[in-house]
Every structure is written in C-alpha cells, then in structure tokens.
Design a protein. Structure first.
Length: 404
C-alpha cells in the first residue's frame, strides 16, 4: 500500500502518576525539573523514556540494536576469541571502519581507535563483520605484513637520519560495499527512532517517532530524603552509621506525549504498511508499559498511566501540553488526577473547536477514572483494547483521498 498523502500522525497522551521517584537525574545528580507556568515541575527527559521504550521493544521482538563507538574494538575482541593473533585481530578491526566508506570513518587514535561518531546498528552485525574478516583473512594478513614492513623501513631510515617522515594512508582491504551494507542494516527500533549517520551513504534514517519531555501538571520540586546505612559490625562501644547522606526525589502526576509519523515509518519499511501498523501498535504498548529504570531498587515507582488518549490525524500532530501551562490545583478532597483529567478534556474540546475535526481521523481513551471523559473520543475498557483500536483507526483512509 502506498504511503499516506498527506502525512498521518498518531498522537499518544498519558496522565501518569508517580510516587517518590528519581527516574531521571541531571549532571548535579539531582532529579530533573523545569520551570513552566511560573512554577517548578518535575521532569523526565524524552531521551530517558525513549531508551526505556527502545529496550522494551527490542526485548519483545528479540531484535537488539547497539549504540556504540567501540565497533572496531569489539570486532578485534571477537577475532581474538576465535584464535586470531592479537596484531592481526586489531588490524582487522581497524579495517572495518577504514573500509566502511571510500575515505573511511574518522577514529580517535588516542582512545584505541574508537569511531568519532556513534554508530547505531543491529547487534547481529558484529557476527557478520567477523565473518567478513574471516573470508578476507589472506588479504588482511598480506596487508598487515606490508604495513609492518613499511613501518620497519621508516624506523630504520629514521635511525640513520636518512629518512623523511611521511604519513602513508592506509588502504582499504575489505570490500567497501559489503562493509557499508552491513552498517546500513536496520532493526525495528532504528526504523522507528531513526539514525544519524551521514558518514555512510544511505545509512541515515529519519525518525518516525517524536517524543516530548514528560513534566508534572502541578507545582512540585525536589524533596530531600535523609538516609543512613547501619554499621552491622560496629565495636561494642561505638554507635553510629557506616554511611549517611541526603538524596532527593520528586513526586507528581506527569503529562507524557509522543507522536508517530505513520507515513515516515511506512517509508522506512520500504512501503510495508502492515508491518508499519504492527510496529505502531507495539510502540503504543511500550509507551504505556515501559518505565525508566533509574533508582528502581530504592523507589520501585512501578505505576501505570491513569489515562491514555490517542488521536489519529492527517497533516500534523497536536500536543495537549498547553492544557497544563497553568498548574493544576488539588481537588477539594485532595489529589491531582480529577482536575488534571478535567483540564485535559477541556483543552481537547477547545482544540476541536479551534481546529475543526476535518483532519481528525479518530480518537479514543482508556482510563481508571470512574466517570466518562468528554472530548477524548471513544472509550475503551482497557489498554489492550485501546492499542488495537488505535492501529485499526490509523489504517482508515484519509477523507481527502476517499473523496477523490
């Protein structure tokens, strides 16, 4: 099936309550916060939650990717484990990045030859690259012998004072098309989240997922937690602790938002519309289920969203973050959930009035709330029903195309 025209977006919104937690820390080792609407709010960066979602998807699909600058070193390690001499294994690992393009990828020689850019590729590529080195081992041995001889001649000339130091460019030994093809390989998460790799032609992938920082819908700052660790083997006359410190945590109700460009995802999958819808449904599941793991042993913040809302739109996505520009106040009996749901509902209704519904293909929500919520579309009994309905709605034709 051809990609949608105009582009189709699937917006995901969540109201997610968190107890005492430290899901995401800054360089000062304190929980991240932001100023919004004139007050301090807790924040979890999009990168933090995106990584949790990526790990969830990779484990679910058993299709793992790696972000790494260590590729030449890992190839060398694998070859040494296979019985290669250390010098030949190191040379072969360096040849992977030298042969990746016509000029080779830039490396940091003072750091053992790691790549200057971070590569993002399937983990299975490591085995394929070592197999490629094994296939071309005679050429690698010959090239290493020639390089060793050239270095010896240069050293001898330097010792006699008769040589002029010249830096000889190392030639590529492995077939560049084969190495580049392996580095260009993708996984489902690469097709979803994209890949920045302009150095290898054809390896760049535009991300189909956009994710916002999660933030508190109400005012809440960092809260101190003074703790001690008891010394179990103290002397009889000693009292006290082996360690004491103050850590910080945040609490609150977060607004989370992400959007998937189904058109871009279908393009990344070479037009496989069914696979794009399958990945969309899995992404929605992971958006609901995945949690960053920071400080989980000390805080166990294993909550689920109280409400999840989706909207399928043509042309452009729409965040509802502005519903909480004015911080939510507590309900008369306490708590932020009910007033936050009301704020989200009212804001969605205002956007329906302002934008119209011609680009809105469908919407729905699922919630633990005990009362219906206006302006969020069809109500679903649970998250499983919601993700299935989301994918079905995303597959509907555009009204503009249907009219044509």
């Amino acid at each position: 099936m051809a990609a949608y025209a105009p582009a189709r977006y699937i917006d995901l919104h969540a109201l997610h309550p968190l107890p005492a937690s430290v899901l995401n820390r800054g360089e000062d080792d304190l929980p991240k916060t932001l100023q919004l609407g004139g007050v301090l709010r807790p924040m979890v960066s999009s990168q933090s939650w995106k990584r949790a979602i990526r790990m969830w998807l990779e484990n679910h699909l058993d299709e793992h990717a790696a972000r790494t600058r260590m590729l030449p070193l890992r190839v060398a390690d694998a070859l040494r484990e296979a019985g290669w001499p250390a010098d030949l294994a190191t040379f072969a690992g360096a040849q992977i990045v030298r042969s990746a393009t016509r000029e080779g990828l830039k490396t940091e020689e003072d750091q053992g030859g790691i790549t200057s850019v971070t590569l993002y590729l399937p983990r299975t590529v490591l085995d394929d690259l070592t197999d490629l080195c094994t296939e071309h081992r005679p050429q690698l041995e010959e090239a290493l012998a020639q390089e060793t001889a050239d270095k010896a001649k240069q050293a001898d000339a330097d010792a006699k004072g008769a040589g002029r130091k010249t830096k000889k460019e190392t030639a590529a030994v492995l077939p560049t098309p084969a190495v580049a093809a392996l580095i260009r390989r993708r996984t489902a998460t690469i097709n979803l989240f994209g890949r920045m790799l302009a150095e290898v032609p054809g390896a760049q992938v535009d991300g189909a997922v956009q994710m916002a920082h999660a933030f508190g819908v109400h005012q809440s700052g960092q809260q101190p937690d003074y703790f001690t660790a008891v010394e179990d083997w103290s002397q009889p006359h000693e009292n006290g602790s082996a360690h004491l410190q103050t850590s910080f945590f945040t609490t609150g109700l977060l607004y989370r938002y992400a959007t998937v460009n189904l058109t871009e995802l279908t393009r990344n999958l070479n037009g496989d519309h069914d696979q794009a819808l399958h990945l969309l449904e899995l992404f929605a599941e992971s958006f609901i289920d995945a949690m960053p793991g920071a400080k989980k042993t000390a805080t166990a913040p294993h909550t689920y969203p109280h409400l999840v809302h989706y909207a399928v739109r043509d042309r452009r996505p729409v965040s509802l973050a502005a519903a909480f520009e004015q911080p939510v106040k507590t309900a008369p009996g306490g708590g932020y959930l009910t007033p936050a749901i009301q704020a989200l509902s009212q804001h969605a209704g205002a956007y329906h009035r302002l934008l119209g519904t011609s680009r809105l293909i469908g919407s729905g929500y699922a919630t633990a709330h005990d009362a219906p919520v206006d302006h969020l579309g069809s109500v679903h009994t649970g998250f499983d029903d919601l993700t299935r309905a989301l994918a079905q709605t995303a597959a509907l034709p555009s009204p503009a195309l249907a009219a044509a």
